[in-house]
Design a protein around this ligand. Sequence first.
Ligand SMILES: [Zn+2]
Length: 208
Amino acid sequence: MISTIINKMQKENLTPDDVLKDLLLGNQRFIENQTLDRDIKGQKIASTSKQYPKAIVLSCVDSRVPIETITDQGIGDIFVARVAGNIENEDILGSMEYACKVAGSKLVLVLGHEKCGAVSAACDDVKLGNLSSLLKKIKPAIEATTKISGKRDSSNASFVEKVVRKNIQLTIDRIREKSYILKDLEDIGVIKIVGGIYSLRSGKINLI
Ligand SMILES: [Zn+2]
């Protein structure tokens, strides 16, 4: 049973590719129902005064995509930023900069998912209170999704899946564009910024 958390030296010895591989191996354990045996109480105690998270994941709020569970990570392992439609904003960029520049995380993973309600709502141009301005941030992905057959709304599952993919790609582009800190860290190889799509059906994270 694992009762410790990742320590500073273990984290510093990891490359961005090691961290990515670690998350994908965790995802494979999740798929196979072979997640690691963790002493949650022990990890809670071990992490009270320190943390050395190896990655930050930006994901949707969807209840079917619990990040630590689907990547088989414990307490202290990863930062997770969640917002409907996994889009970046100034606060999330600040959180990512803290994770990578201050806390030494090696990987930024932007993780979208199949059948995303936020992306579907944006495709349907839903208007609802504060949700409207959030959905507006997904609109560029809709506009950039061309060469599709059928309707350009949520009734067309293949259209929605293409927008999910495009939204991840554009979010990554904007992270690099709006954060010189993350861009510089990536350019010198200290971090990697990657995208993935989680399949609700298979439980698998596929990199894009
Ligand atoms: Zn979603």
